[in-house]
Design a protein around this ligand. Structure first.
Ligand code: NDP
Ligand code: BG6
Length: 513
């Protein structure tokens, strides 16, 4: 059973959550993610006094970087990307325990040097620590790093310590079912599953965790949470940014791999899963896997349930922006989708016949991620349909994941006056209004949870495979047909016309979030 005192679904980042003495090794420490998310996360945990007293940070990468220079780079990253200002008295404590080891990701001698470096830290400290290996490199070297962690003995259980070595693995977890299975097999040849923390940073977002609290800590929702009352579910993860400097990566990925297969599927799983028997990580992940496995295979083809598109030039925030094919690092003839939309059916007792619509895209009208639960329309006996005065809307409960995090419910209400007229109104709760806006970032929680050993907010190997199983046939089909079926949408719009076709057969329409 998870300890309720420290469980993320019950409590915030509580100061009582003690992580054991830890050395965190970041592979790919000179990279973008390290600077933008990981170092700021470590710093903010330090500000909140959540790092263990004995905490050491070791950067690892091919580029030789002297310790001092790495500390300066890390401080610069905090200044540029942290949600809170760099305070010297806090940072100096982290910096004093921050070092760097240079070497290749598949070179045994480099890993032996890393092992010797950690041994030396432990020798000076006079005690052993848990070792948390955070792999933040391009995916081509995920497996070689894991193998070398095994060969060098770094992955082994510590003598006499209750804590194991742990490995945190960034996305993308494979590029299809075969590669995900291979990566899982490599990881399992070195680590046990409970030592493995596959990142999906959406699970670290406050509102995503709140989804389970809303569902299972309020008695009013669960009785309605099924095919008898819910008409459809829409999950939107829209970004207004383009591919930016990550063109090289994105060209090989596309919206289905980059966002749908992982982030939106996690949102779907938390929305649709059965109540877990407990808040234990395995209980929750078991339920997520069950619901992922209950999804009907997608119908693929010209009139299928999946649409894709690429953004063309358009306007964002009143400024012109280029089309995808004109972006840096993108092939002028690229067939990579920057938008995907689809309809999923979950074949189980609770959801049969309720379509789940998912969409995600870059360069859309605005940045918004939400889950909208559309309830069935009320019966038309009293108010609906009689005259235009009674314009009854379906009730919609929407979880706004970001920005402006919160929850809202559309209800039909009587317009004040002597005449009986109805109007849909929105009841809203906003996190920032109730709790203030400077909440912990996803990576803070995830780094802390990995240190503590709570896998609830990480993807288990079978979850990743269940999701890839669904999407690999779509990716294979798209690769086989090339360009046909690829729509265009203007940057700054809500997506292409073929996305509407995905819903039209059920007479549904996309919400304008
Ligand atoms: P980077 O491209 O910045 O690479 C990180 C580091 O890995 C580099 O600094 C480099 O260090 C090393 N590296 C780069 N290319 C190669 C290569 N071909 N072979 C071996 N090593 C290489 O990646 P990010 O920091 O952007 O991302 C790291 C991981 O996190 C990726 O898996 C990415 O998918 C994931 N991720 C990133 C996000 C982001 O916003 N950046 C968001 C979500 C996930 P050196 O040369 O010193 O070895
Ligand atoms: C990452 C994707 O996983 O999530 C990026 O690789 C995307 O392409 C990012 O921009 C979105 O994350 P967030 O937290 O800004 O919604």
């Amino acid at each position: 059973m998870a300890d309720p005192q420290r469980h993320p679904f019950l409590h915030g980042l509580s100061k009582h959550r003690g992580a054991p003495p830890t050395v965190v090794v970041i592979f790919g420490a000179s990279g973008d993610l390290t600077a933008r998310k990981l170092i700021p996360a470590v710093y903010n945990l330090a500000v909140d006094n959540l790092l263990p007293a004995d905490f050491f940070l070791v950067g690892f990468g091919r580029k030789p970087i002297p310790d001092d220079e790495f500390r300066t780079l890390a401080a610069d990253a905090v200044k540029e990307f942290s949600r809170r200002e760099l305070k010297a008295e806090v940072w100096d404590r982290v910096a004093a325990h921050t070092t760097y080891v240079a070497g290749g990701y598949d070179e045994k001698p480099a890993f032996d040097r890393l092992a010797a470096h950690i041994d030396e830290i432990e020798r000076k400290l006079g005690r052993e620590m848990q070792r948390l290996f955070y792999i933040s490199t391009p995916p081509s070297v995920f497996a070689p790093i894991v193998v070398k962690l095994g060969e060098s003995g770094l992955a082994a259980r510590h003598r006499g310590l209750p804590h194991h070595s742990k490995v945190v693995i960034e996305k993308p977890f494979g590029k299809d079912l075969t590669s995900a299975r291979e990566l899982n097999a490599t990881i399992r040849s070195v680590f046990e599953e409970h030592q493995v923390y596959r990142i999906d940073h959406y699970l670290g977002k406050e509102t995503v965790q709140d989804l389970l609290v809303q569902r299972f800590a309020n008695a009013i929702f669960e009785p309605l949470w099924n095919r008898n009352f819910i008409d459809s579910v829409q999950i939107t993860v829209a970004e207004d940014v383009g591919v930016g400097s990550r063109g090289g990566y994105y060209e090989q990925s596309g919206a289905l791999r980059d966002m749908i297969q992982n982030h939106t599927m996690q949102l779907l799983a938390l929305t649709a899963m059965e109540p877990p028997g407990s808040l234990d990580a395995e209980a929750i992940r078991d339920e997520k896997v069950k619901v992922l496995k209950a999804i009907q295979p997608l119908t693929i083809g010209p009139a299928g349930e999946v649409a894709r598109a690429q953004y063309s030039a358009g306007m964002i925030g009143g400024k012109p922006v280029p089309g995808y094919r004109e972006e840096e690092g993108i092939a002028p003839q690229s067939n990579t989708e920057t938008f995907a939309a689809l309809r999923l059916c979950i074949n189980n007792w609770r959801w049969q016949g309720v379509p789940f619509y998912l969409r995600s895209g870059k360069r859309m009208a605005r940045r918004v991620s939400e889950i909208a639960i559309n309830f069935r329309r009320p019966p038309g006996t009293l108010f609906a349909g009689e005259t235009a005065r009674f314009d009854l809307a379906a009730n919609t409960l929407s979880f706004q994941i970001q920005p402006d995090e919160g929850l809202s419910l559309i209800l039909n209400t009587k317009v004040p006056g002597l005449e009986t007229r109805t109007q849909p109104v929105k009841m809203s709760f906003r996190y920032a209004t109730t709790f203030g806006s400077n909440t912990a970032e996803a990576y803070e929680r995830l780094v802390l949870d990995a240190m503590i050993g709570d896998g609830t907010l990480f993807i288990r190997g079978d979850e990743a495979e269940a999701s890839w199983k669904l999407y690999t046939p779509v990716l294979d089909y798209w690769r086989s047909v090339g360009r046909p079926g690829m729509d265009a949408y203007a940057a700054g719009s809500w997506g292409p016309p073929n996305a509407d076709a995905v819903l039209a057969r059920s007479a549904h329409a996309w919400r304008q979030p």
